[in-house]
Structures are given as C-alpha cells and as structure tokens.
Design a protein around this ligand. Structure first.
Ligand code: SAH
Ligand code: SF4
Length: 389
C-alpha cells in the first residue's frame, strides 16, 4: 500500500506567496517575454534578450531564486522577485523502491496531489513518468487512477515542475547532454493527456527546448486511451511519440476495459492512428496491452492483435497487470505472456514485456492514486468556520 496521506483542507489566512505571484517556470518563451514586458521588468527592445537570459537560468541551471541569477543587475532581480516566483510545489512524500524506482507525491494546492515516478533503466536510460491530470475521468476497469475521479487538469507549470523536481533529486542541473539519467519522459502517470492537450503541449515545448532541459521530442511519449479527435492535433502541435492503450482487439471487450471505446470505437481509433503525422519505422506507435488473466491473453487474442495493427509501424508493449487493492482482475501467467509475445515477435513486432517497477511502493502502471479528493461542498462548509476561528 502507498502511505495513506490524508487530504489536507487547511485554508491559511494569507495564501502562500507562490499562490499569488505568477510562476515563470511554466511559461513558454513567448509568454515569458510578454510577462517581463508587461510587468515593466524589461523594455520592449530588450525583452527578447532578457527572456533568453532568464530562460537559461530557469531551465538550464534550474535555479529557484532570482538572487542566483548573477549576471542580472541586483535591482532587476529584486523587481523580478517582487512580481514573480520560481517556487517548486511541495513534495509531500518521496519513496524509493528496492529496484531503484522513485515516486514523489507532489502537493499542488491544499487537497490536490499528484504522483510522478522515475524509472531508472528503461531502454538503458531513465524515464520519468509524469501526470497530466489529478485523477482521471475515464474509468478503465483495470486502472487504480480511474477509481479516483477527476480533481482537475494540471497547468503547464505543474507538468514542468514534475521534471524539475526529478532533476533536483537526481542532481542533474545544469543540463548536460551526456551522462544524464533522465532522458525520456512518458505521459503515463495519472490522467488522460489528450483531455489536457493545451498544457501538455506547452510543457512539451518547455522541456524540449535546447537551451533548457533539452529532452528531445522523440524521447517524449504521450500515452492515450484513444481520444480520437485530438490525435491529429497531438502530432501536429507536439511532435511527440504516440502510445495507445489498446488492451483489446474487439469493441465488445474494449468497451468494458477502456470505456472511452464506446465513444470512439476501434475502427475510428485505428484510422486515426494510421493518419498520425510523421509515423515511420524510426517513429513507431507503441501499443500498450495489459495482460489480464483469462480476459485478453489467449493466442487467438495475440493473432487478432497482429491483424488489427497490420501495416502500422508499431511495437507492442505488454504490461503485466499490476494489482491494486480491490482490483477485479488478475495478471496473466508468465508462460501465457511469453506465448503471446512470441506470436507478436514472429509477426515482426518488437514486443517487450514491461518489467513491473516500483510495485512495492505502488508506483507501477495503473497503481497511481493520490489521496486527493474533490473539495466537496460539505467539506468546504465544515472547513470555513474552522479557518475563521
Ligand atoms: N491515461 C493514459 C495514460 C496513463 S496510464 C492512458 O490510459 O493511456 C499508462 C498505462 O498504464 C496505460 O496503458 C494504462 O492502460 C496502463 N494501466 C493502467 N492500469 C494498469 C494496471 N493496473 N496494470 C497495468 N497497466 C495499467
Ligand atoms: Fe485514465 Fe489511463 Fe487509467 Fe484509463 S488507464 S482510467 S485513461 S489513467
């Protein structure tokens, strides 16, 4: 079990500074320039240069305090500190698994928490699994996050902050292009990224910028349960690699496992995938397929999968089902998973079986669920008099 973190409902009389000042870390270059100009911290003719200078401090050096920006005049630094913040959100817990996986629980606001997981050795280099929403509105029947309901979308700053927090912890500032652990980002944490595409796209622009965190777009994968109308926009605006949570090859079964399938059934989904911009053998789609005992794991299912994805540059990631308390499924046996993988391999698809990472800290796929709860009206009513005491 992950630690049971109680939802905090504290309302302090004066909100923390970070809550009121705009945070520069989630701004794209253009937004940063506008913000500096708008606040009178940079004259219009100097705004581009000033924004570039501050950008490097934030995203290349990872500073959290304007005082550290040593090539900027003291008065300007003071003016920046009065108007803006660079603060990271608070980390409420950090757990490290026996296999090296690290999970951070990050508090974004009272009662609003999100999880981020670093997996040390995916494809010989580490991957950070980031969240795009607190909770999720889509109730996939095998997913723990889906049982949480949605609390809210994350802002671009909150998505970028997950990367910054990981780099703080891993000691990876300033950015070095060689010898770094965090080289891949996967949007496979909490939430459906395509229901928050605007923030996801802005965060992607920020973390892939060469004068900053510099993680190539080809090393950033966005996983979706199949929000068909947004797939084209994802490809065109982000250039990110695509992963599809497929899990079933028949509408009847997929309707039960991934209920968004009722809205966007397989035929529509597969057509949208085939049209995803920039697909090639060097830029393949990843199909994720969770192995559920007796549900979707027979040789016939594997053959149906081969037929369904035929002609698409693809690899298949087989994910052993990760159990969570009260889950209505079991994981397929190892021999069944291997037999399934063999059929895919014979058909020419790379089909790695994903190692379960961080199971002991409930950090594996589909196990993420923070204790954030919606601030229900009743809770709010209870809390307001207490705050006024
Ligand atoms: N919401 C997005 C991204 C986050 S989920 C999506 O669904 O694609 C990341 C992956 O973990 C998805 O493929 C999801 O289907 C899978 N997953 C969810 N619960 C799981 C579980 N209990 N065991 C194994 N994989 C799971
Ligand atoms: Fe949401 Fe993805 Fe979980 Fe489905 S699998 S409930 S889309 S987080």
């Amino acid at each position: 079990m992950s630690p049971r973190l109680s939802t905090t409902l504290d309302i302090s009389r004066s909100p923390p500074k970070a809550a009121v000042l705009p945070n520069l870390t989630g701004m794209t270059r253009a937004e940063l320039r506008q913000a500096l100009e708008g606040a009178g911290v940079a004259a219009p003719d100097k705004a581009r240069m000033r924004a570039g200078q501050i950008w490097r401090w934030i995203h290349h050096y990872g500073v959290t305090d304007f005082a550290q920006m040593t090539d900027i005049a003291k008065e300007t630094r003071a003016a920046l500190a009065e108007r803006f913040t660079l603060a990271r959100p608070e980390i409420t817990s950090r757990q490290q698994s026996s296999d090296g996986t690290i999970k951070w629980l990050i508090r974004l606001a009272p009662g609003v928490e999100v999880e981020t997981v670093f997996i040390p050795d995916v494809a010989h280099s580490g991957a950070l699994c980031v969240s795009s929403q607190v909770g999720c509105t889509l109730n996939c029947s095998f997913c723990h996050t889906g049982t949480q309901g949605l609390v809210r979308n994350l802002t671009a700053a909150e998505i970028v902050a997950q990367v910054q927090i990981a780099r703080d912890d891993l000691g990876e500032w300033p950015t070095s292009l060689s010898d770094r652990k965090l080289v891949n980002i996967v949007f496979m944490g909490m939430g459906e990224p395509l229901y928050n595409l605007e923030s996801v796209a802005a965060a992607l622009d920020i973390v892939s910028d060469n004068e900053g965190i510099a993680i190539s777009r080809r090393r950033i994968t966005v996983s979706t349960s199949g929000v068909v109308p947004q797939l084209k926009a994802l490809g065109e605006t982000t250039g990110a690699m695509l992963a599809i949570s497929l899990h079933a090859t028949r509408d009847e079964l997929r309707d039960q496992l991934v209920p968004i399938n009722k809205r966007y059934p397989l035929a529509e989904l597969m057509a949208a995938i085939r049209a995803y911009p920039g697909l090639s053998n060097a830029r393949r789609v990843t199909f994720e397929y969770v192995m559920l005992k007796g549900v979707n794991d027979t040789p016939a299912d594997a053959k149906a999968l081969v037929r369904l994805i035929s002609g698409i540059p693809a690899k298949v990631n087989l994910i052993p089902f990760n159990p969570w308390p009260g889950a209505p499924f079991e994981c397929s046996d190892r021999a069944t998973i291997d037999a399934f993988a063999t059929i895919l391999k014979r058909a020419g698809y790379a089909s790695p079986v994903r190692k379960a990472r961080g199971r002991d800290i409930l950090a594996a796929c589909g196990q993420l669920k923070s204790e954030s709860e919606k601030l229900r009206a009743s809770a709010r009513r209870r809390q307001v008099p207490a705050a006024a005491d």
